[in-house]
Design a protein around this ligand. Structure first.
Ligand SMILES: Cc1cc2nc3c(=O)[nH]c(=O)nc-3n(C[C@H](O)[C@H](O)[C@H](O)COP(=O)(O)O)c2cc1C
Length: 214
């Protein structure tokens, strides 16, 4: 085993809590944890196919390693693929039409096409509960951390992803149509698929501007 893979295996072993096995992936698609964290980017153009279930499960499992005060798991995720994406598009059209009955056909088409930008969409729903020490805002942050973990897990496996929201994420008719309870919120539509475009150039992080001794 080359030294770098050996070092990675050691790091994975050290990071694994007892009883949790490290998922072994093809070496060609494994990236070191720091590489993934330092270089993750969004991919707006995503193509077929839906990633294999094993790859998706790795993404889903990463949500559960988000920082989560009192381990409330204040999230649930809707998995939208295939024909369900067209149903989501129709839901967007109905919601927008309720606000603006004069919406044009071109605008309707744009809304219909939004969910077709990737073969799979994960909707992050924050599902907060009453807790004496964990306010709803903290539970929202945990759900956001879970979503970010999933973006990184996708990237680390060579799968494209992009976090989107837009007005449809906050529209009451969309929330109702997706079956949300009155206390729930949508914080993300995570578009997932194969990478169809070149990666953009990364701008070097300006650490000095964002980290200061106090
Ligand atoms: C809460 C949230 C909502 C977002 N909504 C959108 C969106 O609706 N449309 C969009 O183009 N980017 C949206 N973004 C930003 C992209 O996901 C992406 O992070 C941004 O374009 C920067 O690119 P990068 O992830 O490659 O650094 C959102 C990000 C967050 C955290």
């Amino acid at each position: 085993m080359p030294v770098t893979w050996f070092a990675l295996a050691c790091v994975c072993f050290m990071l694994s809590p007892p009883g949790v096995s490290v998922q072994h992936l093809e070496p060609a698609i494994i990236m070191k944890a720091l590489d993934a964290l330092h270089s993750r980017i969004s991919f707006p153009k995503l193509g077929d196919p839906v990633p294999a279930q094993e790859v998706l499960d790795n993404i889903y499992k990463s949500a559960f390693r988000a920082a989560d005060h009192a381990v409330l798991r204040p999230w649930r995720f809707l998995v939208i693929r295939g024909e369900s994406r067209a149903r989501l598009g129709e839901l967007f059209v109905s919601a927008a039409s309720a606000d603006r009955p004069d919406i044009t056909e071109a605008e309707k088409l744009k809304l219909r096409n939004k969910p077709l930008r990737a073969p799979l969409i994960l909707v992050t729903v924050v599902n907060p509960r009453e807790h004496p020490k964990v306010p709803a805002c903290e539970q929202e942050l945990s759900a956001a951390a879970a979503t970010q973990n999933m973006l990184i897990a996708a990237y680390a496996q060579g799968v494209g992803a992009m976090w989107r929201t837009g007005s449809m994420a906050y529209h009451p008719l969309v929330m109702a149509g997706l079956g949300l309870a009155s206390h729930e919120k949508i914080i993300a539509f995570v578009y997932i698929g194969s990478i169809d475009s070149a990666a953009k150039n990364l701008i070097e992080a300006d650490l000095k501007a964002h980290f200061r001794d106090w």
